[in-house]
Write a protein that binds this ligand. Structure first.
Ligand code: WTA
Length: 656
């Protein structure tokens, strides 16, 4: 079950890091929170929801009569954009910085809350003038610039639904997502800065829309950022500045029901087709705000917060856009990669803006660990007071390095477990309460009820099993866009009444949870979710390939790495050329089909794949090969000699 991150050997971790007396004294979250939630879970969440501004207050908290479909605060009405912006300005906080933007190319810009609100109002008017109305879908394919945030908030201000697509996805992936959501409006940019160069975005949009292959799309708004030449379709394409700059900065936010759809975000599942995870307004925002404030101990009047996630992922939605802005904190947004112009960039940004709360992924920490402490040591990181981790298990060694080298041995680390589907953090220490333990996400947050169960669904009180969620939570996904059956089948059919997260987990003698990684066919590469089936279908879509099997092999830096095994079509072997030619060609093919993030690290050409008698590929054995381990039990194979053939060929040096 475990993906071999080393955590399984460290169950008896004895190191504890309690918060300092000083931290405890000023902490936002107090221990009573757990007590309050325990006493009356629904009342606890209703109180959290009342922290938002409701145009019409709710009277009902949860309706779970149609389980697993839940509604939260259903008769209340609010506007999510109003909650993130107008509310602060009306309360006299308009002059506070909302965004410190740092372009990769050295550009900088700041937006106060009042300025951000004015931009969002203009953009909402511009989108409305293009015909956008409540319930329409908007696909956002942007670099990590403030306009990406503005586009998201302008969309939801009108009651329209955004679907942000990470800029690293290909035209093909973009097209599939646009069509599944039937988006009417696309927001993109000519390009953005990455690794010191302009990386173009508009050509992928043009390719996705070519030959009328996305019939729902009426308009494309293009931000000028990279300054690169772009193709243009008259009537369909509009420069952002042409439609936004002249729009009125007056826009009153209309209220929408708490269950009004807020966004769709596509994520990989166990099949070849990504799922459009649907989130709605009131419950999502409630949990985003509660978790952001309490898990990161946010003091909006003095903290500078930085979450390094791109808005193309759920972390960017909840902990760059909705949580931080609704809490009114000042935050850094950085456009580029951590190595541009050199590996000191992130740490210089922390010093420059005096970042006090920093949230990133273990893969980045492991990369920096390998590069050595001399790089971060060059910057003054003493402004930091809370560190967060998300996306994959953090091994204790990286955790300790993060605490020591980045946090100066004084910052609590919050290892936060959650998913696109959960919408917000579910399991995490609270920094002024929990005595933290390297490598463990530890305990469910107040108001969240989780369990670890065995194969039969029986509760495990000590040892390993499958992570489940026992009670509905406010920011839970409301479904899969256009596919209610898949929602039930994917998450609720393994264990009746429980949400199955797809992760293996272990509970230790203190009752702390250790996340062991995915137990399904989903891989986690540098904290990005990718499905084996999706990459396999991309591989077999190439004319050379007869069959493909993909596994996630343990990788020191990225957590897992993609390793593919392919069988070539007999009539194509000659055309395909050498194994290394075919490997390069197929890697590029996957990048084109899905995006560069899905490119396999290694492709092995084989003549057979190990299958059971019922024809199921035994990925466990392929993982043994990919990780260079002795091959495990082969007795259930239909042909037990297959593995000898595969390993024999690989030993002969015919790999990638
Ligand atoms: C993994 C990202 C261990 C897990 C927010 C989950 C983690 C998947 C952690 C969701 C963590 C996330 N420790 N594993 N702290 N956080 N994961 O949807 O396997 O991109 O199921 O959401 O990431 O990935 P997603």
């Amino acid at each position: 079950m475990s993906k071999g991150t080393g955590i399984e050997n460290l169950q008896h971790e004895t190191r504890r890091f309690p918060p300092s007396a000083e931290f405890i004294a000023q902490a936002i979250a107090k221990p009573e929170l757990y007590q309050q939630a325990q006493t009356d879970r629904l009342d606890f969440w209703a109180n959290q929801a009342r922290e938002l501004y409701w145009h019409k207050p709710f009277t009902k908290t949860l309706d779970y009569s149609n389980a697993p479909f839940a509604t939260w605060f259903e008769d209340g009405e609010l506007n999510v954009s109003y909650n993130t912006l107008d509310r602060h300005v009306l309360a006299g906080r308009g002059e506070r910085i909302a965004i410190y933007f740092e372009g990769e190319n050295g550009d900088t810009r700041t937006y106060t809350y009042a300025e951000l609100l004015a931009e969002v109002k203009k953009t909402a008017n511009a989108f409305a003038s293009l015909g956008l109305v409540s319930g329409d879908r908007v696909a956002i394919y942007m670099p990590m610039v403030p306009e990406a945030v503005i586009a998201m908030l302008a969309t939801v201000r009108l009651g329209a639904i955004h679907s942000v697509i990470f800029g690293g996805f290909s035209a093909e992936s973009l097209r599939n997502r646009i069509n599944d959501a039937e988006a009417e409006l696309i927001i993109t940019a000519d390009g953005g800065y990455r690794k010191g160069k302009v990386s173009a975005l508009k050509p992928a949009v043009d390719e996705a829309l070519a030959d009328d292959s996305c019939p729902s799309v009426k308009n494309v708004v293009v931000l000028k950022r990279g300054g690169n030449q772009v193709g243009w379709v008259q009537g369909r394409d509009h420069w952002w500045s042409d439609v936004v700059d002249s729009a009125s900065s007056e826009h009153e936010a209309e209220s929408f029901g708490a269950e009004h759809p807020l966004f769709i975000l596509y994520t990989s599942g166990t099949t070849g087709k990504p799922k459009g995870i649907l989130h709605t307004s009131g419950g999502y925002l409630t949990q985003a705000v509660f978790t952001h404030k309490n898990v990161f101990d946010v003091h909006p009047e003095k903290d500078v917060y930085w979450c390094t996630a791109d808005v193309g992922w759920i972390t960017g939605h909840t902990y760059v856009v909705y949580g931080p802005l609704a809490n009114g904190v000042s935050q850094v947004i950085y456009e580029g990669t951590p190595d541009s112009p050199d590996w000191g960039r992130w740490w210089q940004i922390i010093e420059k803006y005096k970042v006090s709360i920093f949230y990133t992924a273990p893969t980045a920490i492991r990369t920096f660990m390998k590069l050595g402490r001399e790089i971060p040591d060059k910057s003054d990181l003493t402004s930091l007071r809370v560190l967060g981790s998300v996306g994959e298990p953090i091994n204790p060694e990286a955790w300790i390095w993060y605490r020591d080298v980045i946090g100066g041995n004084s910052c609590p680390i919050v290892d936060t477990w959650w998913q696109t589907e959960t919408g917000a953090i579910m399991i995490s220490p609270l920094p002024g309460i929990t005595s933290t333990k390297p490598g463990s996400a530890q305990v469910a947050l107040p108001g969240i009820s989780i369990g670890i169960v065995d194969e039969e669904g029986k509760k495990v009180t000590s040892g390993g099993g499958y992570l489940t969620i026992n009670e509905p939570w406010p920011s839970m996904l409301r479904g899969i866009w256009g596919d209610p059956e898949r929602f039930q089948k994917t998450y609720w059919s393994q264990y009746p009444g429980l949400y199955f997260a797809g992760d293996g987990a272990r509970i230790d003698d203190d009752g702390d949870v250790w996340i062991l990684g995915r137990v399904d066919d989903v891989m986690n590469v540098s904290g990005h979710r990718l499905s084996t089936a999706e990459i396999e279908s991309a591989l077999v879509s190439h004319p050379f390939v007869a069959e493909a099997a993909v596994v996630g092999a343990t990788d020191e830096t990225t957590g897992q790495a993609i390793v593919a095994f392919v069988i070539l079509r007999a009539d194509q072997v000659a055309a395909a050329g050498s194994d290394s030619d075919v490997s390069k060609l197929l890697r590029d093919h996957v990048a084109k089909e899905i995006g560069p993030i899905a490119k396999p690290r290694q492709i092995m050409v084989v003549s057979e794949l190990p299958k059971t008698r019922s024809g199921k590929i035994m990925r466990r054995l392929l993982r043994d090969v990919a990780e260079d381990r002795p091959i495990g039990d082969v007795t259930t194979l239909a042909d037990t000699t297959v593995m000898d053939v595969i390993t024999g060929k690989l030993a002969a040096g015919a790999t990638d």
